[in-house]
Design a binder for this molecule. Sequence first.
Ligand code: HEM
Length: 145
Amino acid sequence: MLEVLSALVLELTDLPGVYPAISALHVFGIALLVGPVVLVDLAGLRLLLAPALVAAAPSLLRAAGIGLAMTMVSGFFLFAVQPGAYLANPLFLPKLAVIVLGTINGLSWARGGGAGGLPPRWRCAVSILVWPVALLLGRWLAFVE
Ligand code: HEM
């Protein structure tokens, strides 16, 4: 199944410009996710005092959700180009684990009626650690086999 899917994705990504476009979409999704989340987390931790940011937090976190969805879809395509190599990469599964943790942390706030303002401080503390670590692991895994 994974082989068939991988073969299909390879056909697609062999087309000129498709792989770079998917890769750019991944980076765009990361920007939309990590930028807003870090700003909201800093506000939630009272390290950045900006009332406008507090008011904008629900919209910023919605944008972050869209960014996360973009990284997941594009990340799947990047992965499917060489699944075996990524599964064998010692940083790939830790990266996914960190993303799952960050997603659960974000969803638990959103599901608890979090749209009304800033997330609680402990959720901001988890979030401000988890997403930059995911970013670091994502960049790093290109340099590890
Ligand atoms: C389920 C979701 C995701 C999957 C399956 C995935 C998978 C991948 C894959 C296969 C690559 C290519 C690695 C390479 O060979 O260079 C990549 C790149 C990268 N990923 Fe993800 N990713 C996901 C989500 C994320 C998230 C949420 C972040 C950050 C918060 C992230 C950060 C990065 C970074 C920084 C790169 C390197 C981009 C570049 O330099 O072009 N990824 N990802």
